[in-house]
Design a protein around this ligand. Structure first.
Ligand code: GTP
Ligand code: MG
Length: 344
């Protein structure tokens, strides 16, 4: 591992919001793949993790993100399902996140799971921005694919922009009712004190450069101020899913949020009864820009650093549970780590 030990780790960005408001489409737009087409009934059943390296963020955001201005390696997005029955998955994703994007359909406005997501963000004190999605559906909209918001605003008629503004101010009002001081993102000075609202379209990509630029700015500040992370220490993570994988038996998909995990590490995983102590057999890395839950071809790696989504193959994972903690033992007493895992 050649990373600078003082470097910032990849921020974890949760994408939350009501069902069908466009969370997966937004990530899909960002990663330029078609995960959405493989989804049963267009409902996201599981949390997935998507790593977007800094150079990709910058190539999508154009002039709005200069890679030289950032020490961050990129962003790790966690998609969550909006359907009302998936509260646990949403709070798991929300609690793991450093920062979040709350996706709200501009036409639909605030809905039950929007409020539930806000509550999760409030409780976990996660800084967030609001993506006011589907601006392309405003009647009379003139789409300008993948452009920043000011460029596309300029090419709309007054009638169209005033309709959009009306919907945006309604969202700002809803946020205010919930105790958040919010404004259109270009009027926000301090994104940790005020919630920025970014108009976007996951369909046309309009406003996506702005969204990424705001996320990068917010995470850089947040990671510098809040994170004191030993990026080289023994890894700490959370199990997202327990899965059978052909040729590997039972595996766990984890989000590693601190330290590193190596292919020769002993790990402790929270189980249905006692913590499971086991030796890593393989670390299976989805390719960059791939979605961990749909990627079937993995690359075996020797070491991974936080933050990352990684599949871990190891014996005896049959009793592992989604949501359980994972800790790397490395040069420590197994009993000490077992106690840590039990305490979580
Ligand atoms: P769940 O995972 O079920 O909670 O939904 P989701 O928030 O991930 O929504 P998804 O991305 O699956 O989008 C729902 C529907 O809205 C799909 O038919 C998308 O094509 C459509 N959609 C999403 N974003 C946009 C947008 O910006 N414009 C338009 N016109 N349609 C959109
Ligand atoms: Mg989805």
């Amino acid at each position: 591992d050649t990373r600078d030990p003082t470097s910032l780790r990849t921020p974890i960005v949760a994408v939350l919001g009501h069902v069908d408001h466009g969370k997966t489409s937004l990530l899909d737009k960002i990663r330029g793949s078609a995960v959405i087409e493989g989804e049963a009934g267009a409902i996201t059943q599981h949390i997935g993790a998507t790593a977007v390296p800094l150079d990709v963020v910058s190539s999508i955001a154009g002039d709005l993100v200069n890679p030289d201005d950032f020490d961050l390696p990129g962003l790790l997005f966690i998609d969550t399902p909006g359907h009302h029955s998936f509260t646990t998955l949403r709070s798991r994703g929300g609690a793991l996140a450093d920062i979040a994007i709350l996706v709200v359909d501009v036409n639909d406005g605030f809905q039950p799971q929007t409020l539930e997501a806000l509550d999760i963000l409030k409780r976990s004190q996660t800084p967030f921005i609001v993506a006011a999605n589907k601006i392309d559906t405003v009647p009379g909209w003139n789409a300008n694919e993948d452009t920043p918001i000011n460029a596309t605003y300029e090419s709309q008629t007054d009638r169209v922009t005033s309709r959009l503004d009306e919907s945006l101010y309604k969202i700002i009002g809803n946020l205010s009712d919930e105790g958040f001081s919010a404004d259109l993102y270009w009027r926000v000075q301090n994104f940790q004190r005020n919630v920025g609202v970014v108009p976007v379209s996951a369909m046309t990509g309009e406003g996506v450069p702005d969204l990424l630029a705001v996320m990068m700015g917010l995470s850089q500040r947040y990671m510098k101020e809040e994170m004191e992370i030993d990026v080289q220490g023994p890894g700490v993570g959370t199990v997202l899913e327990v899965k059978e994988e052909k040729g590997f038996g039972t595996t766990v998909d984890i989000v590693l949020y601190d330290g590193t995990i190596r292919a020769d590490d002993t790990i402790v995983v929270g189980g249905q009864n006692d913590p499971i102590v086991t030796d890593v057999r393989a670390l299976l890395q989805p390719r960059p820009l791939a979605e961990i839950r749909t990627e079937s071809r993995f690359e075996q790696v020797d070491e991974v650093g936080a933050a990352a989504g990684i599949k871990v193959a190891a014996p005896d994972l049959g009793d592992a549970m989604a949501g359980a903690p994972v800790r790397v033992v490395r040069n420590r007493d197994v009993e000490t780590v077992e106690t840590e895992v039990q305490a979580e």
